[in-house]
Write a protein that binds this ligand. Structure first.
Ligand code: GDP
Ligand code: IMO
Ligand code: MG
Length: 433
């Protein structure tokens, strides 16, 4: 198979970066299709650790071409800082990193507005707990049709249009009783960045579709997760893009009937950063134990992640809305030392047991998890390299997740490093070969 989408099956931070890094051994192209530098994808290569925010994780493998698709929002300063870090790590990106001319720009006034909305001390406004990277305001401008795109940097009227936007957004900042931005400082920052970005801006829709027609291997790298999708997630506690598999088509211009496989990444438990309901959240020592062993701190903001048991209702929903063909289950090793492990199989809502996720946030917030409990394996798994190496109780746990979510586990991750990965007998044959 040539085209695969990899998406997060929970609330983000499932370990997508690591799995992309493992799977790109086979791929030639890696494309981000949504989000911006709100993402934080951690990849460990040997003794080096990289945290990628905007640049696809595939950049760490020589000879692979990476694309930031039209569905992304690109913060020029953030992008260039990250590019410098990647170069400082000894990675040569020359000729293999391209930005879509149709991608939106996330500019300093978007960051200011994001912060202003989050700081609002008003009981009637919803605090999302965003990453403050300007993601919501940048996508809002896209939809309002006033956004500036990467391709605009190549046009003669870019500075003029930038100035109009700065003026308009400063008026909004005044409305929020927030300090306005100095137009000259913003203009000089963005124009300087544009000079470095210009050579990378191209028609990626044409590039990637040409590769698709040639049958080259393409991996679409999702950011965030299903429950953070603007339409299908726990709205309004979501990000502002389509994080689900359909976003790969709209966010790169590759038509949906050319996408052949969908891989869901899920942790063996659940985490989330930011505000919003989380039915299996553990506000106790067990939650703290998971957070400590799993080192659950945000890769972008450093915020502690909220932790809880695996929620099969969420994962089943992710299978449905993404068309997940198989799972990569990560961080199994984090559960190595638990006497028993719980799985949420359904919710109780208004005295009824329901097996599907309610659409409205108020109803979702009222859901109580219905658990079943399985014996733990109490054995370290990080050194396991084959399915048979895993303790029986651990294999039973994975089997139960497969049953409850109606999708097989083709890959199991038992540590952050590349080789701490097990391809199960259910992985597609080309990966096992
Ligand atoms: P992403 O946003 O989905 O790419 O995930 P993050 O990088 O934000 O968070 C996942 C964290 O778990 C990173 O620190 C990874 O290095 C780490 N990680 C990934 N897979 C495993 C695993 O199987 N076991 C352990 N212990 N850590 C893992
Ligand atoms: P990766 O790709 C986890 C969360 C924020 C907040 C909400 C909206 O590393 O999995 P935004 O800044 O996007 O407007 O914030 O979404 N969020 C993430 N949580 N992982 C991420 O990315 C996230 N990106 C955004 O915490 O709740
Ligand atoms: Mg992350």
């Amino acid at each position: 198979m040539a085209t695969r989408v990899l998406i997060g099956g929970q609330w983000g931070d499932e370990g997508k970066g690591k799995i992309v890094d493992v799977l790109t051994e086979r791929a030639s192209w890696i494309a981000r299709f949504q989000g911006g530098n709100n993402a934080g994808h951690t990849v460990k290569v040997g003794d080096s650790k990289y945290v990628l925010h905007l640049i696809p994780s595939g950049i760490l493998r020589e000879g692979k071409t990476c694309i930031l698709g039209n569905g992304c929002v690109i913060d020029p300063a953030g992008f260039l800082k990250e590019l410098d870090e990647v170069h400082a790590g000894g990675v040569n990106t020359s000729g293999r990193l391209w930005i879509s001319d149709r991608a939106q720009l996330a500019l300093p006034y978007h960051r200011a507005l994001d912060g202003a909305r989050e700081n609002r001390d008003c009981k009637d406004s919803v605090k999302i707990g965003t990453t403050r990277r300007g993601i919501g305001p940048a996508y809002a401008d896209k939809m309002t049709r006033i956004g500036l795109r990467a391709g605009d940097m190549l046009e003669a009227d870019f500075e003029e249009r930038l100035r109009v936007n700065i003026r308009e957004h400063n008026e909004t900042l005044v409305g929020h009783h927030c300090p306005t931005l100095d137009p000259e400082a913003v203009v000089s920052e963005v124009l300087a960045a544009s000079e470095r970005m210009k050579p990378l801006i191209t028609d990626t829709t044409l590039l990637i579709n040409t590769a698709v027609l040639k049958g080259e291997e393409i991996l679409f790298e999702g950011a965030q997760g299903t429950m953070l999708d603007i339409d299908h997630g726990s709205y309004p506690y979501v990000t502002s893009s389509n994080t689900t598999s359909g976003g790969a088509a709209t966010g790169t211009g590759v038509p949906p009937n050319r996408i052949e496989d969908v891989i869901g990444v899920a942790k063996a438990y659940t985490t989330r950063v930011g505000e919003g309901p989380f039915p299996t959240e553990l506000d106790d020592d067990t939650g703290l134990k998971i957070a400590k062993i799993g080192d659950e701190f945000g890769a972008t903001t450093g915020r502690p992640r909220r932790c809880g048991w695996f929620d099969a209702v969420v994962a089943r929903y992710a299978v449905m809305v993404n068309g997940i063909n198989w799972w990569a289950i990560t961080k199994l090793d984090v559960l190595d030392d638990f006497d028993t492990i719980k799985i949420c199989t359904a919710y109780e809502l208004d005295g009824e047991v329901i097996e599907f996720l309610p659409g409205h946030i108020n109803r979702f917030a009222a859901c109580k998890p219905v658990y079943e409990e399985m014996p733990g394996w109490k054995t370290p798994t990080t050194a396991c390299r084959t399915w048979e190496d895993l303790p029986e109780a651990c294999r039973n746990y994975i089997h139960r997740l497969e049953e409850l979510t109606c999708a097989p586990a083709g890959l199991v991750s038992v540590g952050p490093k590349r080789d701490e990965t097990i391809l199960t007998p259910k992985a597609p044959a080309e990966f096992r070969g």
